[in-house]
Design a protein around this ligand. Structure first.
Ligand code: PEP
Ligand code: MN
Length: 343
């Protein structure tokens, strides 16, 4: 249910409503919007006791939220969310670019990529220190050493760190080193991990699972938000279909669908979405044209020798060309992109 307050009704009325909601044993999630103030009431299935709140002073209406996801929905929050992730606005007119290697391999590799992507205007350095690999025999990541390298490279270059959490036991470590916690496609429905990331209060980049519907995906985001974490960025990264020419099928139609259903920002990962560096530029342009709030792109100084995802990684020079193209496209779309950071 959402309780909509009358425009201009006093704060005390709003507070009394929130108290009553809690007395009735629902959780109250207030939102003081530009146009209206509403309280989402989330809890047990039977919502009838809430109907009586319609008679409280200052209440305009008590309306059921029809979708299974509540806090993620546009029904609860009409305005698009603009998040502040370590000083970078995500979801506003400015586009965000997260770039870096698939895995942290060495100090030299990460610093080289960090300098290159920063020069092109990227705001986030990506890189996995904990890698969820299909094979237990594949490289599993440099773990804390990798986090330390990412942080140092980001601090030197003025980037923010986005890196993946694969286990609840690593949450404190991730919070120490990362600005944005990535939940990967393979863990998109790992509910214990989602609750843990939600509770941490750190901003979270939640990737779509390879076989999750949009509704299931938004329910995963609801897990984060129901823990009180409103700093959630969605990321479309491709889903599994019968097509084998690309590694996954990048579902760009998810962008307008999610835009209609949710207020959360959404970025696109064309690297995992296609699995081939040759297709990354086209799908990056398409993603922005479809309304994405930014991109996550894998960049490696030597893709042929990368320890993971080399075939889909751009070389710094190709990334540079793409960023120039995207800046021109952003202008046509009425969005802004950071310029190059030439020394
Ligand atoms: C990654 O970002 O390197 C990654 C493993 O992504 P995904 O979870 O989308 O496969
Ligand atoms: Mn990867």
């Amino acid at each position: 249910m959402i309780i909509v307050m009358e425009p201009g009704s006093p704060k005390e009325y709003f507070e009394a409503v929130c108290r009553r909601v809690e007395e009735l044993k629902y959780k109250a999630y207030p939102i003081i919007g530009v146009e209206r103030t509403v309280v989402a009431c989330v809890g047990h299935e039977d919502k009838t006791p809430l109907q009586a709140l319609e008679t409280m002073p200052g209440v305009e209406a008590v309306i059921p939220i029809m979708k299974p996801f509540k806090l993620v929905s546009r029904e609860w929050k009409k305005e698009k969310s603009v998040l502040d992730v370590a000083g970078v606005a995500v979801g506003g007119p400015g586009l965000v670019v997260m770039a870096g290697p698939c895995s942290v391999e060495s100090e030299e590799q990460v610093f080289e990529v960090a300098r290159a992507v920063r020069a092109e205007g990227a705001q986030f350095l990506r890189g996995g220190a904990f890698k969820p690999r299909t094979s237990p025999y594949s490289f599993q990541g440099m773990k804390e050493d990798g986090l330390r390298i990412l942080r140092a490279a980001a601090d030197e270059t003025g980037l923010k760190v986005v890196t993946e959490l694969v286990s609840t036991g690593d949450i404190d470590l991730l919070c120490e080193y990362a600005d944005l916690i990535q939940i990967g496609a393979r863990n998109a429905q790992n509910f214990a991990l989602l609750q843990c990331a939600g509770k941490s209060g750190k901003p979270v980049l939640l990737k779509r699972g390879i076989a999750t519907t949009i509704e299931e995906y938004l329910m995963a985001a609801e897990y984060l938000m129901s823990e009180g974490n409103s700093n959630v960025i969605l990321c479309e990264r491709g889903i599994r279909t019968f097509e084998t020419s690309t590694r996954f099928t990048l579902d760009l139609s998810a962008i307008p669908v999610i835009r209609a259903l949710s207020h959360l920002p959404i970025v696109v990962d064309p690297s995992h979405g296609t699995g081939h560096w040759q297709y990354v530029a086209a799908m990056s342009r398409a993603a922005l044209a479809a309304g994405a709030d930014g991109l996550m792109i894998e960049v490696h100084p030597d893709p042929a020798n990368a320890w993971s995802d080399g075939p889909q990684s751009l070389k710094p020079r190709t990334f540079s060309t793409l960023m120039d193209e995207l800046r021109r496209l952003a202008a046509a779309l009425g969005r802004t992109m950071p310029g190059r950071n030439d020394e």
